[in-house]
Write a protein that binds this ligand. Structure first.
Ligand code: HEM
Length: 197
């Protein structure tokens, strides 16, 4: 049963706890991609573009960021000579779910950016719009402060958590749909970053 005794009190805690497993699974799959390799970088951009296109949320701080991210991804794909893929069906989510997933994802993007920066392929390095977007550290702190003051056990919390989960699933669905081109690189690698030594 899901009640206040089961869940941490704030919405901030509940989002982190409830969605950690789905985040970690996605992180592991995406982390198998070598972002210094032109084909794998293109696959990363394509699946991220597919996941983010068609998300609608009324209000929320991250709608402008969403547009910037989609635009930057399309620009990078074009620079690499690959048209953006057909989008998934549109989805409407609670604005706090969009803020959480999108602004939170910028934390992981800083990790991915370092991996991408280590590459030498000039075409990969020139397609730099997505990884040049600002990190959103201040927005993340403001958001988590606000979520920390909200209940993790009311109806809004249930809606935000469900919608944020749906957004993570949208990334997984994009990975699946891109699997034809991604399959060779999405197989677990023996020396991937998450395989213990
Ligand atoms: C593209 C899909 C991804 C989405 C939507 C996403 C989303 C998020 C969210 C919402 C958070 C905040 C978690 C919280 O504190 O409540 C987060 C944190 C984080 N993510 Fe991701 N993420 C994604 C991919 C990745 C990948 C591929 C990596 C690894 C390279 C990664 C690494 C991290 C790290 C290091 C944090 C910070 C954890 C902490 O400070 O406690 N993420 N991500």
């Amino acid at each position: 049963m899901q009640d206040r005794l089961t869940y941490p009190v704030s919405l901030r805690e509940r989002l982190r706890e409830d969605l950690q497993a789905v985040h970690d699974a996605l992180d592991q799959k995406i982390s198998t991609l070598d972002l210094t390799d032109r084909g794998e970088y293109r696959a990363f951009l394509a699946m991220t573009h597919m996941a983010l296109s068609g998300i609608e949320a009324e209000g929320g701080d991250a709608t402008g960021l969403l547009d910037e991210m989609v635009r930057a991804l399309a620009e990078d794909l074009e620079a690499l000579g690959d048209p953006a893929s057909a989008p998934l069906a549109p989805v409407r989510v609670h604005p706090l779910a969009l803020d959480y997933v999108l602004i939170g994802s910028r934390l992981g993007t800083q990790v991915l950016r370092k991996r991408w920066l280590a590459g030498a392929d000039p075409q990969v390095k020139a397609a730099d719009a997505y990884f040049s977007l600002p990190a959103q550290g201040a927005a993340w702190r403001a958001l988590t402060d606000a979520l920390g003051t909200m209940s993790g056990a009311d109806r809004q919390a249930a809606e935000v958590v469900a919608d944020a989960r749906a957004l993570f699933q949208r990334f997984s669905a994009s990975l699946e749909l891109c699997r034809t081109s991604l399959s060779p690189v999405l197989e677990p690698k023996r020396h991937g970053p998450h395989v213990p030594a």
